[in-house]
Design a protein around this ligand. Sequence first.
Ligand SMILES: [Zn+2]
Length: 454
Amino acid sequence: MTVLATALAGASDTRALEAGVGVLSRTGAVFTETFGDSSAQLVADGTTWAVAGEEVSASLRAAGVSLAPPLVLPATPTVYASYENVSLIREHLRGSDAVPVVVGSGTLNDLVKLASGELGREYLVVGTAASMDGYAAYGASITKDGFKITQYCPAPAAVVADVSVMADAPQRLTATGLGDLIEKVPAGADWMIADALGVEPIDRGVWDLVQGPLRASLADPAGLAAGDLAAVGRLAEGLLMSGLAMQAHQSSRPASGAGHQFSHLWEMEGLGRDAEPPLSHGMKVGLGTIAMCALYEVVLRRDLGALDVDAAVAAWPTWEQMASRIRGAGLPPEVEVAALAQSEAKYVPASALRSRLTDMVSLWPTLAPLLRAQLLPAADIESRLATVGAVTHPAQIGLDLDRFRTTYWRALTIRSRYTLLDLLLEAGLLSSCVDELFAPGGFWGQRPWPGVAG
Ligand SMILES: [Zn+2]
């Protein structure tokens, strides 16, 4: 994993990273190299403790690290990413100056990341599943007052990722990791569009960290489903690289495009929150990835170089008209407030739109083949996700046709980040492209909802 060393050099928070088969026993050495002679406070839940708790403790003890009694949360029900749990962990940590060592991925890591951040304390994560890119990233996704938000907090100072532990994790966790990672394909295309139009330039070094290893990380879904060490190792590497790239860029842009916005909107609306276990981030992101790759296919069958710019500019709403559309989008009240602010931040008046669309018309013949080379077919994404047992159809997570269909428009309102959705909205093409997806021969038209006539 030599590429990880390059990524580590650019990371703002993470100073040590040990990834590979059997590296759990290196935890003690990583800890003392990073934190000197500090003591350690282990945090786990019943499940992750059973998987790796004793071995991590033994490794720390062997390195001469003194250990506070571990904080082990119950295994069931699944530990929830709530602010109450952050407070519980933070108050426990406050009792000493020990460095937190969290054994877990996903929610547990987010809880300890935010609790440590609030105490101004560094921490170490021992990742137990290749389930998300967040274990090497800053920020934690936490529900506070019933509203899921990403709260800023530093990334872990040290990361241990034992691929043999990750390969033994439940398959749904690997599936959610693949869902989170595969979105980097259309997210890259979104960034290419934003770059070409001068909205947000690509940082080539950071781009390479994510996109360089990406295809190899996604290449073997059957191996992932079988818990193959090489396949899981490559997935873990891709996820770690994405986290480190976000640190280097101080933004999630390198690892998150419109497919993530689908997931964020559903998270804000509480989709699957009460399921046991709760519907994971990566399952929703994977579905958002299929949705966006299908939309890219519709767009790339058209010639945007032939766009009627005058007509698009004439049809462009004023900000007041746009704001009233957003108010009519059926968003929960607190999401609507955020959506208005995010959308206003990226709104351009008609004169600026004219120059942007004029640029797009001249750039399209060059840009379209580059987008084609970046993307994967939606059916290919769908098949890889199906192979690992991930979500591939909205009905599997209780989304009805209308709610899913309108996500193509509502998702773009919640984030100021410029993606294909924004380009299509500005060009006046979003509705017709989405209509094509749901028409009888379109991607979603061929995948009817149960009980809905195809
Ligand atoms: Zn993600």
